[in-house]
Design a protein around this ligand. Sequence first.
Ligand SMILES: C[S@@+](CC[C@H](N)C(=O)[O-])C[C@H]1O[C@@H](n2cnc3c(N)ncnc32)[C@H](O)[C@@H]1O
Length: 308
Amino acid sequence: MEFSHIPVLFDETMEGLNIKPGGIYVDGTAGGGGHSSGILQRISESGKIYCIDQDPSAIATVTKKFENNKNVTIIQGNFGDMEMLLKERDVEGVDGILLDIGVSSHQLDTPERGFSFHEDAPLDMRMSMQGATAADLVNNLPVNEIAKILSRYGEEKYAMSIAKGIEKARNISPIETTLQLAEIIKNSVPQKVRREGHPARKSFQALRIAVNGELIRLEQGLEGAFNMLKSGGRLAVITFHSLEDRIVKQTFAGWAQGCTCPKDFPVCVCHNKPKVKIVNRKPIEASQEELAVNQRSRSAKLRICEKI
Ligand SMILES: C[S@@+](CC[C@H](N)C(=O)[O-])C[C@H]1O[C@@H](n2cnc3c(N)ncnc32)[C@H](O)[C@@H]1O
């Protein structure tokens, strides 16, 4: 199956990264290589791009796409380990980093990856194809833990009711497929919810976040990115839901904060200085033109900061 993914906020990201021809760049979420290609086109012979992805199928795609290109280094790994992955390759500092968080359209549209509640497939959801699957979680975690995941990562109002539905079903036989789980969720929520979009949407998002440790990896990735940026280097992060955007917003705000002394202190004693400049106070969202051609861009938010 061909890798189909339209890069979101492409022009805005290229502009936001302020690409220098001879610079060193990292695409921490290479996917189908759309944004990476844009960076590659903007760097010169002396520039370099490191393309990281944890998904073996994304790695196979970008390896083929950038075959024999000496400016590109492909790394299969987690961007949460970015600092280690780059330092292992003797990279000490970089000029720009992009994180385009979440799943690709390719992952969503490949039924056997188990991300979609529209297609019947094994309940997997692992981007790296390693570790515990979504089926492992729903079949083995205590009910309270499942409810906590659904509530925290999916902001699902009926989290406990769905968790109890899962427990009841798994006591009869293990939950193994996406449609099996989608049906259990549908039957665990009130009738009216069934009319407001697909009732499994929030729970599937929550399980995907838990399976891939997405929020903790994002926090680690931001920290690693900050450590790897040279002074004047830029970090651009695209998120697709409020939990992720909140982490990016708060992390950037923490870095940008100078003095943290209480307001009534006559002089500063903390001597904290801002570590970054926030490039866009409000997140950049997709234009009407982009929304018309790519529905997936509707929830995308781009934030950019520059290391001082
Ligand atoms: C939205 S897609 C990126 C698409 C890409 N910008 C493009 O233009 O094709 C997200 C990609 O990030 C990868 N990914 C998500 N979280 C990751 C993580 N923590 N470490 C490494 N890769 C990750 C996914 O496997 C997926 O391929």
